[in-house]
Design a binder for this molecule. Sequence first.
Ligand code: GL2
Length: 828
Amino acid sequence: SIPAESRQVWQKFGVKEFGGKEEFQQEFIRHVETTLARSIYNCDDLAAYQAASQAIRDRLIIAWNKTQQKHTTKDQKRVYYLSLEFLMGRAMDNAMLNAGIKDITKAGVADLGFKIEDLLEQEPDAALGNGGLGRLAACFIDSIASTNYPGWGYGLRYQYGIFKQRIVDGYQVESPDYWLTFSNPWEIPRYEIQIDVMFYGYTRKYTNDDGKVVHVWEGGEQIQAVAYDVPVPGYGTETTNNLRLWASKPTREFDFEKFNAGDYESSVRESQKAETISAVLYPNDNFYSGKELRLKQQYFWVAASLNDIIRRFKKTHRPWKEFPDQVAIQLNDTHPTLAVVELQRILVDMEGVEWDDAWNIVTNTFGYTNHTVLPEALEKWPVPLFQNLLPRHLEIIYDINLFFLQQVEKLFPKERELLARVSIIEESSPQQVRMAYLAIIGSHKVNGVAELHSELIKTTIFKDFVTIYGPDKFMNVTNGITPRRWLHQANPKLSNLIASKVGSYDFLKDLNLLKKIEPFAHDPKFQDEWVAIKKFNKARLAAHIKEHNGFDVNIDALFDVQVKRIHEYKRQQMNIFGVIHRYLSIKTMTEEEKKEATPRVCIFGGKSAPGYYMAKTIIKLINAVSEVVNADADIGDLLKVVFIADYNVSKAEIIIPASDISQHISTAGTEASGTSNMKFVLSGGLILGTVDGANIEITREVGENNIFLFGHLAESVEDLRHKHRFSKVPLDPNLEKVFEAIESGMFGDHNIYGSLVSSVTGSDYYLVSDDFQSYLDAQKLVDQDFKNKDTWVSRSITAVANMGFFSSDRAIDEYAESIWNIEPIAVE
Ligand code: GL2
């Protein structure tokens, strides 16, 4: 620490946050000339973006430092959110908004000859996630900071985020997303924070002088984790939390023996291997693929994070039993479940804590969030793979399982089948480690992410655990979204209009204040302004479509949007079959009927996992239909079909505010929550959806007149599937016509779509045929209702007014109160 006599000098020159516009400009120019080594003659938009973001970053770091100091002195319990995905999107606009310096910087760069919008466009998306799960983590860390909770995120710093998608000849083509081409101003490398992580090796045990059996794990391969810190500024508060991302580095730069022998290539092989661990994000959404490298990623990240958390805890010199009073760790899905085993290992093997005491600490520390009931997404690792990569962890898992099963046996004597069902080890060949069971057993709370989903996990996949532990261990925390990004940033005009009625921007912190606009739902002037904003947003999207897809769309048409990962359970196939049905209907319309029809622009977007054949076929069909329909002179403006390539957070910010109707049409019971449904409604779009996930709670909040629901309920799904399996269920007649059109070659070689069509004509696992008529009926209602502009806009306003519940601030308060047991800390 600095000697007292020197501190004065430090204090005299302590860095301050820039205040007004001119101070910002000074900082900007200083960064152009020093950080970037450029000049007034040599500053393009990219350099200007970099200089502006450096200036903003400095501010964030000052607030970050204060926050960390405050949290350290307060010494309260913290939460650590462990997520393999943080789908952050761009940082600059959000940093300006949250730090309250948007006006200053906008005016500041304008004087210097730049437009802020152009600078924002320079930033690549931080796309370190696949879809909803990763974006939820990003919304959550924004809310944790905005509500002043002391909390850190822990993740991996992938060099390649989710792949970029292009459409070539109607097909998805992937290319790598190397997002770190230019230096990333939003991270602080912490080269001094290096943690060794071991893989492979062997275990042995011996009895020490005290007669205690000691387990050792040794002889493995060492890899180093290096920390990169991303400051997470809260909105309207000084609190700036930390997102710590780990990158892998070799512990030895290269093999000197090989180097000296002149074998240069293999001398660096080790180091290259080490770097691959954090190199790339696995591009699967809601799908488990069982690759060894993925398990390596999981352990690497979990081991580094726990080591870091424990180091921080040890500085406070508390006894181990107080660990859960200082530390809450949330497992975002089963991906970080190894943390349960790792903490037990550290406590027992390294710190000499007794097994039972250690296990108490572990279970009181962790909470587990389940995000899906889809069987293909549930993680199971083959025992032999585990044995090889993490031999000591496997032994500990066996012991955890043994003690757990003994406990079950005591509670339910002679129920052998129950024991087999709940065992962490599945008796298949090879045996498998069931990660979700390990996560449940190792946590004190397990939650689902919407009411229906939380009920379903209790009655289906985790039923036996409710029998064992009782219902209190299981709870619901309905997902939410941050209104900062999804209202104010994505839809600034709407946010400003709302502020004019609420009287302030306080609704961005307390979203229930949206209620205050409900009295204006029928106010003609307010309605006009509301409609004008939607039109502006539609024009903005139309310009994007013109630029990237090359054709015009009519902004007075109904914009019908389905953007999300492409997945059979999300049923984009049903949507495109519906579009074909619409196309065929228009083809048979008289001129009179055409005048009555509601013009539509059907907009699709989303990535398919690279190895997901059926999803890729759906993308191809959408593009083939688009080509035929858009070129058909009979159709004119009545129907346009658009596939927006490379859907990501930044594109969502343009697409979502432009929708009139968005589709959330998963087979009932399959979409755990969905979060884009919330984003669309918050931007004044209505939903066409199934009775699934958070659609149900959205309906309850906004009123059933302000949403279009259709389809079978979750409780009927099993019976319907059963019928398909054991008898020939006749195909829906409208769907039959759609399939005839496809088979006629109307959209090119019909063989391309063979398996897609037969997935429906066969067992129809996702019940497309069963729901098709009800879907078309709902669409018809949408067409009719859209013509009545007055009621449509009042429904839109009423819906927005009632969206307060879906703020991620609310979700975080619920986690803080009922799972983490943490309190906010004000930072002046
Ligand atoms: C998901 C669910 O599919 C989605 O419905 C939910 O909103 C999010 C966040 O809770 O989690 N589960 C999952 O594995 N992915 C999701 O998006 N990838």
